[in-house]
Write a protein that binds this ligand. Structure first.
Ligand code: C5P
Ligand code: MG
Length: 169
């Protein structure tokens, strides 16, 4: 335990998936990616931000994104997922934790995302208030296998590390 009585570090994992549909916007980490197909969901369906939000909630053992932002609630229809992520960061701060680093993998068959890596990393870094060198964003295809590989959906996985921050003196 640290001086604060909290475990000095906590790790969290998050996973999310959304269906791909023609004509929907493809928003990943707050960045709009040009694509004929985008993600369907109650909110803006930003699967990357959702996975990081769940990783943060997991590290804090505070449930999952749907408990905090039910997808039946009218106020979250079309919501910018940045607010979900910022709420989870706010909860971490309330519990006495700050983020150390974040590592995300997006699994999407197409379009290719690597030309957007800088923009997505910078957007995620801004969202979680970390320097870009502590923010990793990786892309994978599913090698044409399964629903992601068949272009029906997109997945994201995230891991975050939190550290206990000294209480303000
Ligand atoms: O899935 P696979 O290993 O074949 O991906 C090869 C590379 O393609 C990855 O390293 C990744 O940088 C890039 N990629 C991408 N956009 C995707 C999937 C993969 O830029 N949608
Ligand atoms: Mg989601």
């Amino acid at each position: 335990m640290s001086r604060t009585g909290l475990p000095p570090f906590r790790i969290g994992q998050g996973w999310d998936t959304h269906r791909l549909e023609a004509g929907k916007p493809l928003i990943l980490g707050g960045v709009r990616i040009p694509s004929e197909f985008g993600l369907a969901g109650h909110s803006d369906a930003d699967v990357l931000f959702h996975s990081v939000t769940d990783a943060l909630l997991g590290a804090l053992a505070l449930g999952d994104i749907g408990m905090h932002f039910p997808d039946t609630a009218p106020e979250w229809r079309g919501a910018d997922s940045l607010q979900f992520l910022q709420h989870a960061i706010h909860l971490a701060a309330k519990e006495g934790y700050g983020m150390v680093n974040v590592d995300v993998t997006v699994i999407l068959e197409r379009p290719k995302l690597k030309e957007f890596r800088v923009a997505i990393r910078e957007s995620l870094a801004r969202a979680v208030k970390l320097p870009v060198h502590l923010v990793s964003v990786k892309f994978k295809t599913a090698e044409n296998v399964g629903p992601v590989g068949e272009g029906l959906s997109c997945e994201a996985q995230a891991v975050v590390l939190l550290e206990a921050v000294s209480p303000a003196s």
